[in-house]
Write a protein that binds this ligand. Structure first.
Ligand SMILES: [Cu+2]
Length: 234
């Protein structure tokens, strides 16, 4: 019996540091909100189903003197049918409103050219088995991404060989990186810090080593870093 509880408890403990739920950017926090919101709704439905299940199990248990009582036939009960259809539609509508609004909000297609000018653009190229990052002033880094805090960063994702997936769990969800096609991806207002990044698509034998570090620095530090690198030509 003990073993029965050990596994779920270990699973719960293992989940103590779930990066996607401890997001350090506006984009990531919105995504984490959606996860919690849909999880909450799911738990409400689950709770109602379990309460009903327990009620029926109790009501029609073997020792109950009325156990032979047949429940009322609900076939063709319009009221019930309308109720559960409406409830399902309402539930989906409640889920759809924040999902659609957040999804639109996260679109990397910026609404105005002014917004696009204020954003920081970085070209990300996935290759077997490393990442290169090209900045607006022509600088390039490998496996190390540096971006400014509290700004909108638009990534132009490219692959020079196979399909990869760009993922910084603490900043935002993953997006595929496809050969022959440039995909856009946006991270809004990241917090200062150092975060791990991965390739989230199996792309070959060294795939697991395809990791990078993301440094989110202040706007000032970012400008300085960009300049210093430019002077050194690195
Ligand atoms: Cu990979």
């Amino acid at each position: 019996m003990k073993k029965l509880f050990t596994i779920p408890i270990l699973l719960l403990l293992a989940g103590c540091d779930i990066a996607v739920l401890d997001a350090k950017s506006e984009t990531g926090q919105d995504q984490a909100f959606l996860i919690w919101f849909s999880f909450g709704l799911m738990m409400i439905v689950l709770l109602i189903v379990f309460i009903l299940f327990a009620r029926f199990v109790w009501k029609y248990r073997e020792t109950n003197q009325n156990k032979d009582t047949l429940p009322k036939d609900v076939k063709g009960n319009k009221k019930l049918e309308i109720t559960w259809t409406t409830l399902a539609v309402l539930l989906l509508a409640v889920l759809a409103v924040p999902t659609v609004s957040i999804t639109y909000n996260q679109s990397p297609i910026l609404s105005s050219s002014e917004e696009s000018e204020q954003a920081v653009h970085v070209t990300v190229t996935g290759q077997q088995y490393f990442w290169t990052f090209d900045y607006e002033n022509g600088k390039q880094t490998t496996n190390k991404l540096v971006i400014p805090a509290n700004k909108t960063i638009v990534f132009h994702l490219k692959s020079s060989d196979v399909i990869h997936s760009f993922w910084i769990p603490r900043l935002a969800g993953k997006t595929d990186v496809l050969p022959g096609k440039e995909l856009l991806y946006k991270i809004a207002n990241p917090e200062i810090g150092t975060y791990e990044g991965h390739c989230a698509e199996f792309c070959g034998v060294q795939h697991a080593k395809m990791q990078f570090t993301t440094q989110v620095v202040s706007n000032e530090d970012y400008e300085k870093w960009l300049e210093v690198r430019a002077q050194k030509g690195g």
